[in-house]
Design a protein around this ligand. Structure first.
Ligand code: OGA
Ligand code: ZN
Ligand code: ZN
Length: 412
């Protein structure tokens, strides 16, 4: 297995025309700059496809690619420490196609790589193009998570990229053909990044226990929920690797929490508002630990984009809310739970030995049907990770894909 924590051969990183980018990635030059002009507060750049970018002076000065440490690529220039007014003396498109800016005051010259500059253009259209919106689904648009063969993932980084992109976009994927060993789930997680250990261990077992510490270690049905809603930062990824499954029942179940949130927003704006703004109390008390956290069930950022959902009927503590809101909050909660229990939002499928389900634990709700009576056994082994690991690995695979293209002569 390739180890992406190893630095890539530096020869792969030399950008075209020896232009630094202040970055470890290579940038294809899909468009050339045809003109650059100094405006009142911005530098205006025109591209060969007609696109126009405008960059503010502080933004350009802040992102000067030579003002970084040559090895770490971390910035050494401090905008806050600049003594001169941040204003170019002149700008031009150089004969190698770079944007050159000479700064008034200290006369520093910055040269911006065209591929890097275009990729960081912050015009409204470019920012919209870069948005990675989640691909919402329900039972009418998806029957099961996308499947990937473990051997193919290990052998081919393009397949690995597809697998991880599927988790990023749809919130889930299933690996088939993972080894039937106790540490396979750790190996799969390790391929993505660093595991997140919890009080349930580095890896945990989901099977019927005679002395269960959690409902998950019983034969009970588990209604749709997220794991560890009781933590300030719920794990972003969960892996469940199936070692044995010959019970009747025990089907895996997934719900796209963002799809349900969208439904609630459209049907009951007031309930949506309540669940995105008022915290609920979550608690997981055991004989040896006592975890509690308060947060809204539907998390949104300042642009209204979902950051996660937090749902777990049996992991809630007594609600502590303003007196006059309690009844309405319960109604809103019941509406949200009611939707997530509807078959039209749920997909159900059977995990076979060697399958490993990976899902975004802050977007999807997961659960299982009850384990039927009879002689069968069911044993899953799981672990948690944070979303950061997925994003970092995706970025690394993308970086290496670009490097491969350049080596293959397809790049500039
Ligand atoms: C859990 C859980 C799913 C399953 O243990 O929290 O959701 O398929 N288990 O048993
Ligand atoms: Zn510089
Ligand atoms: Zn769970």
């Amino acid at each position: 297995m390739s180890d992406l924590t190893e630095p890539v051969d530096r020869a792969d990183l030399v950008p075209p025309h020896d232009l630094g980018t202040g970055d470890f990635s290579l940038y294809p030059i899909d468009h050339a700059m045809v003109a650059a002009a100094l405006e009142d507060r911005t530098v205006r750049v025109e591209w060969d496809d007609g696109h126009v970018s405008r960059f503010h002076f502080p933004w350009l000065r802040d992102n000067c690619p030579c003002c970084v440490h040559p090895y770490t690529q971390e910035q050494v220039f401090e905008l806050a420490a600049a003594v001169h007014e941040i204003r170019p003396e002149d700008v031009l498109v150089s004969d190698v196609g770079a944007l050159e800016v000479r700064w008034s005051g200290d006369g520093h010259a910055s040269r911006y790589h065209p591929g890097w500059l275009r990729e960081h253009c912050y015009s409204e259209g470019s920012r919209r193009e870069r948005l990675l919106a989640p691909v919402l689904w329900d039972a009418s648009t998806r029957a099961r998570p996308d499947g990937f063969d473990w051997g193919a993932v290990v052998a081919d980084e393009e397949v690995e990229l597809e697998w991880l992109s599927s988790i990023r976009d749809t919130g889930c994927a299933v690996i088939h053909g993972a080894p039937l060993t106790d540490d396979a789930v750790g190996e799969i997680a390790g391929r993505i990044g660093v595991l997140r250990e919890t009080n349930f261990g580095r890896l945990f077992d989901v099977r019927v226990d005679t002395d269960p510490v959690s409902n998950s270690n019983t034969g009970l049905e588990l209604p749709p929920h997220t794991d560890l809603p009781t933590r300030e930062y719920q794990p972003g990824l969960q892996l469940l690797h199936c070692l044995v499954n010959d019970v009747a029942g025990g089907l895996s179940l997934l719900v796209d929490g963002y799809r349900v949130a969208a439904e609630l927003r459209d049907r009951s704006p007031r309930f949506y508002e309540l669940l995105t703004t008022h915290p609920w109390d979550f608690a997981n008390r055991s004989r040896t630990s006592d975890y509690r956290w308060r947060a809204p069930m539907i998390g949104v950022d300042s642009d209204g984009n979902w950051t996660g959902v937090r749902v777990g009927n049996w992991l809630r503590g007594p609600l502590d809310a303003p007196f006059d809101l309690v009844e309405e909050l319960y109604e809103a909660y019941r509406a949200f739970e009611g939707l997530s229990h509807q078959a039209r939002f749920q997909i159900r499928f059977r995990l076979e030995p060697g399958d490993c389900l990976i899902f975004d634990n802050r977007r999807l709700l997961h659960g299982r049907t009850s384990l039927g009576p009879g002689a069968g056994r069911r044993h899953l082994r799981g672990c948690y990770m944070d979303r950061d690991e997925l994003r970092s690995r995706l970025n690394m695979l993308e970086r290496r894909r670009r490097a491969r293209k350049v080596v293959a002569g397809q790049g500039p």
